[in-house]
Design a protein around this ligand. Sequence first.
Ligand code: XMP
Length: 519
Amino acid sequence: MDTILVLDFGGQYCHLISRRVRDLGVFSEILPYDSNISKIMKVNPKGIILSGGPASVYENDSPMLADEVFHKLLDSRIPILGICYGHHLIIHKMKGIIKSKSQKEYGKTILYKSNSPLLLEGLGEEEIVWMSHGDQVEKLPEEFKIYAYTNTCPIASYGNEKKNLFGVQFHPEVTNTPKGNLVLENFILKIANCRKEWKLENWIENSINNIKETVADGKRVILGLSGGVDSSVTAVLLHRAIGDRLHCIFVNNGLLRKNEEQTVQKVFKEDLDFKNFHYVDAEHLFLTKLSDVTDPEDKRKIIGHSFIEVFEDETIRLEKQYPDIEFLAQGTIYPDRVETSATSKVSAKIKSHHNLTLPDDMTLIIIEPLKDLYKDEVRKIGLQLGLPERIIERHPFPGPGLAVRCIGEISKERLDTLREADHILMEEIRIAGLYKELWQVFCVYLPVKSVGIMGDFRTYDNICAIRAVESRDAMTANFAKIDWDVLEKISTRIINEVKGFNRVVYDISNKPPSTIEFE
Ligand code: XMP
């Protein structure tokens, strides 16, 4: 399949570039900037995009493309497009001049075309583009032409058609550059001549065939199903390929939202007719191990270890019954695997706490059918495979569940109180039509007593905090400015209907500096 390779120079937009390319119908992959030439050639790219990045080409430790790699790429004549830092890097490598500017240019600006190159075909003489840079190209090497400029940046886009090298100072991948897609499309389809082969329908068919081939001869697969989007889509895909040779293990750790275990069981056992759905009620074990534990990281460790213990026991039990179990499926998706400098912090954290780390002596073969997909692609596939929207649109839910939303000590009583309040919150958020536009929304149990008055009685009870955030990827998030009337209704219902809370507060902190979760 025709592939565009994105080399990552540390820009926050690396995954965005790759997603845009895929949206245009062409497969794309990301590799770190210091990948060697054989790794790059293994991808067999038809075009290469050098991403942006915060560094400056003249800094000692700036991410560089090794000379050997650059010259091999030049020899191969694979078209290369540099974006922002990548735009400087090409010129630096070709012995042009980059100038450091003390003042950064950040925001929307007007781009003027200086001629009509293929790269900018379809753009008007003046277009709005998004800039974010300090350095800029001052002098082009021989054979390079200026394609466009802005009032402050004389070389905002260039090309060397003979050598197949192109650059844009602005960011075509962000929506703040309204015609940015056109620039990427020109590069991918007209300059790199890629065919539009990346279609999810084809992907589904291929993936099902691959699974059938891999899991042949009556072999069976185990999958830890949490009910989240990734594991649910992995489940339906595998089920489509191998039917009831798929065994899903769903662990109720006692830290789930209200009715979660019933909802997930209903969807998979009744609606989707999964015959081998194994429900394990481990609430007692988890809550016993968590009693008296207050430190958030200790909570996470205990939950992670207990999960493995329960999952392993259930797997061993099933293996005795079904000796053909040979595979373990995981819902790993592309951003979990490819840690760009921008995502590594978040994904590393999620991985250490959430993803299953298998004991060394487990001999099952891992299969990860979604490992090349982005979340929005996973969602589309899930819908096509018949998963209900309610599962597909789910907000992320942390592996340690309500344990990190119940501050301090955890008890069944506290969790039940939190579950009731959280249930009301979700109900009202859905009624108000806000669920889809929020990234995450949840209640937090704050074990802080304050005074209230209910009828003729004074109360002395705990505080329920509401957190609702808007985000694109959880790396940054803003608190949602939910309508006061909706918040008032939620607060009134929680205080009236939930025993244990007599006060509701709304969290108005953004990330950074605050995190999304409280613990
Ligand atoms: P923070 O709180 O770091 O969260 O802003 C970012 C995203 O990660 C989720 N999160 C977790 N997910 N295990 C998980 O599986 C965890 O321990 C964990 N902690 C935070 C959080 O819900 C948000 O989507």
